[in-house]
Design a protein around this ligand. Sequence first.
Ligand code: ATP
Ligand code: MG
Length: 261
Amino acid sequence: MSGVSVTKAAEDAVPAANDLVVLSNVNKHFGALHVLQDIDLTIARGEVVVVIGPSGSGKSTLCRTINRLETIDSGAISIDGKPLPQEGKELARLRADVGMVFQSFNLFAHKTVLENVMLGQLKVRKTDKQGATEKARSLLDRVGVASQADKYPSQLSGGQQQRVAIARALAMDPKVMLFDEPTSALDPEMINEVLEVMQQLARDGMTMVVVTHEMGFARSAANRVVFMADGKIVEEAAPDQFFSNPRSDRAKDFLSKILHH
Ligand SMILES: Nc1ncnc2c1ncn2[C@@H]1O[C@H](COP(=O)(O)OP(=O)(O)OP(=O)(O)O)[C@@H](O)[C@H]1O
Ligand SMILES: [Mg+2]
């Protein structure tokens, strides 16, 4: 599998120019809870990293620090060689560079599907209206919901709404896309249509960090699986290696639970 060689390369000496997201010795507390503990994680350009681990292990918090929805207490995070900006316009630009797709789709309820995908282009990227419309329509087509453009989010199925949320993030030409359990609020028959869009993105070379327990996706699309527990990265490996031969007891225990229920 091609992913294995990419992972190997990532673990060996990757030239710095190829590093897109770098977390170095990142720590974060929520009060007494040490939610991220000495996190070192480097994501190469074009790499797809799946993050899995038990509930409360810090997966969402990790994602949220990467686009600074959460601040960190110590350590450093950089994207494309630049440290995360603290505030203001720079921060807005960073948020646009880092697309985020959540479990709950977070679309604007009072705007149409098309308007949802246009908004960030107009406000943050300062695209003109015609350009934003054309791009929005083309992205809606790419995620398979072109015919829903003039509806409101509540008139769409969950799977369709999530695909619109992906199109909205893509409209900003992000450097990296973060997905936090994008399919876990969906009815089973809608999970695949969202995963297929994500698979295609991965094949197109998008750099992606995906929190998911969808093993099929991890096996077919990920270059690397990162296993978190209790705020730490416990184990990292190529998907085949991780699922067939986890090294840590914590990962073995976790996999036995999710694979057998
Ligand atoms: N804003 C917050 N304030 C205080 N504690 C928080 C906050 N956000 C998260 N936590 C706590 O931090 C820990 C990690 O939460 P996080 O949401 O990152 O876990 P997770 O791995 O994404 O879990 P899940 O699989 O359930 O989504 C949990 O114990 C959670 O209760
Ligand atoms: Mg979470």
